[in-house]
Design a protein around this ligand. Structure first.
Ligand SMILES: [Zn+2]
Length: 221
């Protein structure tokens, strides 16, 4: 697998220090299970974070320590021991949903109850215990566009099958797109197969079309 879109430093650092709400963590952890490169980066972050926690007096204010951590990462490459790369044995039938996502939703993609969104698209809403994020699996038919929208907040999209393309590039299995309120994008699913992705948002999507804004609450998107 050739992953080209990875977890940003900011997001990975927040994950390493346990600062992410459950929905975001689920997307990051699922990317990590597919991406040896980000697992290595995470190990570095965790090693530096552990060093820094040890050096801090108890109850210290750690805000702003991320800049210091980045500076140390840039200068201390040789000092951080990395664990050997995990070898994953290839399963006979590869599931669409990797762990920890598959256990989280209780089965692989085919076992889920997909609800129609119109125009051939389907979704499964995934309940979380946090009150910050909305998590869903989306299935967009091959070659079809996802309606153009911008965001009230952050959106993480992790591709699990097929692909989509937008102004940021092409995203295939394992690729993670981080979008914020400044990105207005029109993803289009690749023609090779239906695109299945995990989408985590922290605010309702804002569609450019007035019609979609009106039907949005009805569709639950
Ligand atoms: Zn990665």
């Amino acid at each position: 697998m050739n992953i080209r879109h990875h977890v940003s430093d900011t997001l990975l650092a927040a994950y390493a220090t346990g600062d992410l709400a459950e929905g975001w963590s689920l997307a990051v952890a699922t990317h990590l299970s597919l991406c040896p490169e980000c697992r290595k980066r995470l190990a570095k972050f965790e090693a530096v974070a552990a060093d820094m926690m040890e050096a801090l007096p108890a109850e210290a204010d750690v805000s702003g320590s991320w800049d210091a951590m980045k500076a140390r990462l840039a200068g201390s490459d040789a000092g951080v021991a990395l664990p050997p790369e995990k070898t994953v044995s290839k399963p006979v039938a590869s599931p669409v949903l990797p762990e920890p996502l598959r256990s989280y939703v209780g089965g692989d993609a085919k076992a889920l109850k997909w609800k129609p969104l119109g125009r051939g698209a389907y979704q499964v809403q995934i309940p979380t215990r946090d009150e910050e994020t909305t998590v869903r699996l989306l299935r967009i038919p091959a070659g079809r566009p996802v309606p153009e929208h911008s965001h009230g907040g952050r959106e993480l999209t992790l591709v699990l099958a097929g692909s989509f393309s937008d102004e940021q590039g092409r995203f295939a299995r394992g690729d993670l797109e981080e979008a914020d309120e400044d990105l207005q994008h029109q993803p289009v699913a690749g023609s090779e197969e239906d695109c299945i992705c995990l989408a985590v948002t922290d605010a309702p999507l804002r569609f450019s079309s007035r019609f979609l804004r009106i039907v949005q609450p009805i569709l639950g998107i």
